[in-house]
Design a protein around this ligand. Structure first.
Ligand code: PMP
Length: 828
């Protein structure tokens, strides 16, 4: 009925009339698939061109959790190649539905006439399901989506409504002196909102709102239109999207935070459309919707949410309301949905359905559509001063635009910096094992071992902020904090390792360790492992083959002697050699031998506890024991770099070197040691420490300062208190078992390896030749990012995916991760 009268007026031509998945030929490569051709022209007819689009949309949306996203992508592509007319887009939704009805009808006829032909039934079930899904979508809303996909204003009347609004005088919605108004920034990256604990617990959130108002000496708080809010990103609000989870995060109303009982008045004449005074359990609490006429019979609606139940008792649907009339009062907890008292005030240009059930928060991908449908009410109710203050606070939120950040980075920062993922991520907030992007999407972090005990762990945050408020200075003054921390740290190590020097990073730790070894031995030569990485300083780069053998590098310096990676999967000695550890250690002895032939001897041997940049390579049994023995025989110092692996991550032990049953002369620490705070440490034997203290002062301005030590102590405490080493062991095993099960199904997973929560899996195109599949690894990582899971690749052949999440990673995270990973593996 909606489409038919208009069809004759539309542009017609010969159309293909059957663009479904079974008729389209797809071109590769993986991740860049394109439609390369089509078959089966038997249905071609002369008809309106938009019918071709409707048919393609119908098939594209079948079997999708989010049919609108699928159809919008098709409309956008179609419009780019063949610009559509507004009149065509206006009838697209009924045409899609029509195609589905034709499809289920022909299937039903075919089922009778040719029951043996299964192909003729192939789209019947998905077509019925899609019809059911489409029934829940208001046709006008679908229309706004399609208009948006064409790059037009989603809601056609939005611009004229805004113009009309600017010419009107409205009365105040909330009785107030606007001098006492504060703009509240509750956006995802808001520093005002602060730590996640301040909004995840409702009492804490109420306190935070009160606190913000008090700090600004205000009685009314204001804000929230178009704001991306982190408190909508918990499991409770999670929805399954077409690729991974989604959250409605973009707030569509303006919130006025004020005392419960505050009077709410109609800003404009109208009549009551809905009075939901009995829905305390809903997110909005009791809600009122008024309908107003604005021009030539056009209407808009105003919504008042989180009201008190009793204040709504006098109003009936249909009652006329005059401007300024008392219509309700702001509700208190818990009737208002258990929020801090406030009025949610929202405008709508279309009610979409007859139930009066209208969302107050939108999915970020379609927020522009909803914002067009729900104009900003600020101009309607605020004085100029209040509006200006609101816009000032919003300015900070708008700075999060991707293009803006990328362009500034390019012009102001060094070009050597890299960016993760084909689609870069803006990250304004993190908590525990999650990172949040600027749209409020919650990403599961499987790769950030720096946030060891969880991003922004409250205990670590508190330790840092308490200490920095009181004192931060250097080690030339006496202070108990450093001693307490040194003792706690040393207690985690074998007793031979009994002296600590504090620095500010893993690089600084390795730099100092190398200097100690060189000072003690009065030698310069270092034996290091192939594809190792030890830091960004001069001496560290000199022993990091990952860098000097990589892009922009110029090979090993004369005093660096590289030994092969002890990799039993694709290295020179493999798992079939039971004594691979000894054989690899022999390569260390041989390197020392070659050095000695040139009249040189090693100052040190440096090796990671598990090779990280090398591709999460677990050292074979006996490797370090034998290698250390060769090095020590030649008078060298044995350094283990625990920057990646330390602090309980490997599960069975607190330190990865303990997996090898050895005690190094020096252990270096970084990354997880400060949970993101810049901190590093070098722990060594008394002998090394005394030899290093040769009269030259060791001074490090920031190393060992009270704030860093408070942070380091807090990290150790949390690892202990929360049993995180044990968690790494049990959750790591669960994860590794899950990966092995996937390996059984998907043979291009060549190897799964690691300990605790320091894992990797290697992708190969051929299990015999071990041909690396770097393109597949990169495809997986980028697809997982689309599904809200962050991972990264490493290894010399870039085909190893590493997993080293914050140590609070839990069972639910493992299941979610494995499910999503399998969906991506199936795409290869
Ligand atoms: N050692 C290892 C094993 C590392 O992986 C790194 C950093 N990736 C470093 C040292 C250097 O640490 P930082 O970048 O914190 O200085």
């Amino acid at each position: 009925q909606a489409a038919e009268p208009k069809l004759d007026t539309l542009c017609q031509q010969l159309i293909y009339n059957d663009a479904n998945d079974y008729n389209l030929l797809v071109q590769w490569p993986l991740g860049e698939e394109r439609i390369g051709g089509a078959v089966d022209f038997g249905d071609a007819v002369h008809a309106p061109i938009v019918c071709d689009l409707a048919i393609a949309c119908a098939y594209a949306a079948m079997g999708k959790n989010d049919p609108m996203a699928a159809t919008m992508a098709v409309v956008e592509g179609f419009h780019k190649v063949h610009p559509l007319e507004e009149t065509e887009v206006a009838i697209l939704f009924p045409l899609i539905a029509l195609r589905l009805l034709v499809s289920v009808t022909t299937s039903a006829i075919n089922a009778r006439q040719a029951p043996e032909n299964e192909y003729l039934q192939i789209s019947s079930a998905p077509a019925w399901r899609l019809l059911q899904q489409l029934r829940t979508i208001a046709p006008s809303l679908a229309h706004y989506h399609f208009r948006h996909a064409c790059g037009w204003a989603p809601c056609p009347q939005a611009a004229s409504f805004r113009q009309w609004m600017a010419t009107q005088n409205f009365l105040p919605v909330v009785e107030t002196q606007w001098q006492g108004v504060a703009a509240l920034d509750l956006s995802v990256g808001s520093l005002d909102l602060g730590h996640h604990s301040q909004y995840e617990e409702i009492d804490a959130f109420c306190d935070r709102i009160d606190g913000l108002l008090q700090e600004q000496k205000a009685t009314i708080g204001l804000g929230g239109y178009g704001e991306v809010r982190p408190f909508y990103t918990t499991d409770a609000y999670q929805v399954k999207g077409h690729a991974g989870p989604r959250w409605r995060t973009v707030h569509l109303g303006l919130d006025i935070w004020a005392a419960a009982g505050t009077a709410v008045r109609a800003p404009f004449p109208g009549r009551v459309r809905y009075n939901h005074n009995n829905i305390g359990e809903r997110n909005y609490g009791p809600t009122l919707i008024l309908e107003h006429e604005w021009s030539d019979g056009q209407v808009f609606y105003s919504l008042y949410g989180h009201l008190s139940e009793d204040s709504l008792r006098g109003l009936q649907a249909g009652d006329a309301v005059v401007a300024g009339q008392l219509i309700a009062r702001i509700g208190d907890r818990p009737i208002n949905g258990n929020w801090p008292p406030h009025l949610h005030f929202q405008l709508m240009l279309d009610l979409l359905n007859e139930e009066g059930d209208f969302p107050g928060v939108a999915f970020p991908e379609v927020a522009e559509i909803w914002k067009s449908l729900c104009p900003d009410p600020a101009a309607m109710i605020l004085s100029e001063a209040a509006l200006a203050s609101l816009n000032r606070h919003l300015a900070g939120q708008h700075n999060l635009a991707l293009d803006h950040i990328l362009q500034k980075r390019r012009s102001k920062l060094g070009k050597g910096l890299s960016i993760s993922y084909q689609k870069p991520l803006i990250v304004p907030r993190a908590s525990r094992q999650y990172l949040y992007d600027q749209t409020g999407r919650r990403f599961l972090d499987t790769v950030n071992n720096v946030a060891h005990v969880g991003h922004q762990h409250p205990k670590v945050v508190q330790a840092a902020s308490r200490q920095i408020a009181v004192l931060n200075t250097n080690t030339r003054y006496l202070h108990p904090q450093i001693l307490q921390y040194a003792e706690s740290l040393l207690a985690t190590l074998p007793e031979e390792l009994c002296v600590v020097h504090f620095v500010n990073s893993g690089s600084e730790a390795n730099e100092l360790a190398l200097r100690m070894a060189k000072t003690m031995t009065e030698r310069q030569d270092v034996v290091a492992v192939d594809v190792g990485y030890h830091g960004n300083t001069g001496a560290c780069i000199d022993v990091s083959s990952y860098k000097f053998d990589g892009k922009g590098g110029s090979g090993a310096p004369a005093h660096t002697h590289i030994v092969p990676m002890p990799d039993t999967y694709r290295g020179i000695f493999r798992a079939d050699k039971p004594n691979a550890g000894m054989l690899y250690a022999e390569t260390v002895r041989e390197a020392i031998g070659r050095m000695e032939e040139q009249g040189r001897r090693p100052a040190a041997f440096i090796c990671e506890g598990i090779l990280s940049c090398g591709g999460q390579v677990v050292l074979p049994a006996g490797y370090l024991k034998a290698a250390f023995s060769h090095v020590r025989q030649a008078g060298g110092i044995c350094i283990v770099d625990e920057v990646q692996t330390g602090f309980g991550r490997v599960g069975e032990h607190f330190w990865a070197f303990e997996l090898q049953g050895v005690v190094p002369d020096i252990v270096t620490m970084g990354k997880p040691i400060g949970n993101g705070h810049p901190l590093g440490a070098v722990v060594c034997t008394r002998e090394v420490a005394d030899a290093f203290a040769n009269g030259m002062e060791f001074f490090n301005t920031f190393g060992g300062n009270p704030v860093s030590c408070a942070v380091g102590s807090a990290v150790l405490d949390v690892v202990q208190e929360e049993g995180l080493q044990q968690n790494a062991l049990t959750i790591g095993r669960m994860l590794q078992n899950g990966l092995r099960q996937l390996q059984g199904k998907y043979h291009y997973i060549g190897d799964v390896r690691g300990h605790g929560l320091f894992l990797g899996f290697e992708l190969v195109k051929n299990g015999k030749t071990l041909e690396p599949a770097a393109d597949w690894a990169s495809f997986i990582v980028n697809q997982m990012r689309e599904r809200a899971i962050l991972m990264s690749t490493d290894g010399p052949l870039h085909n190893v995916i590493k997993i080293k999440p914050p140590m609070c990673f839990n069972e639910q995270n493992v299941h979610f991760f494995l499910e999503e990973l399998e969906l991506v593996l199936q795409m290869i």
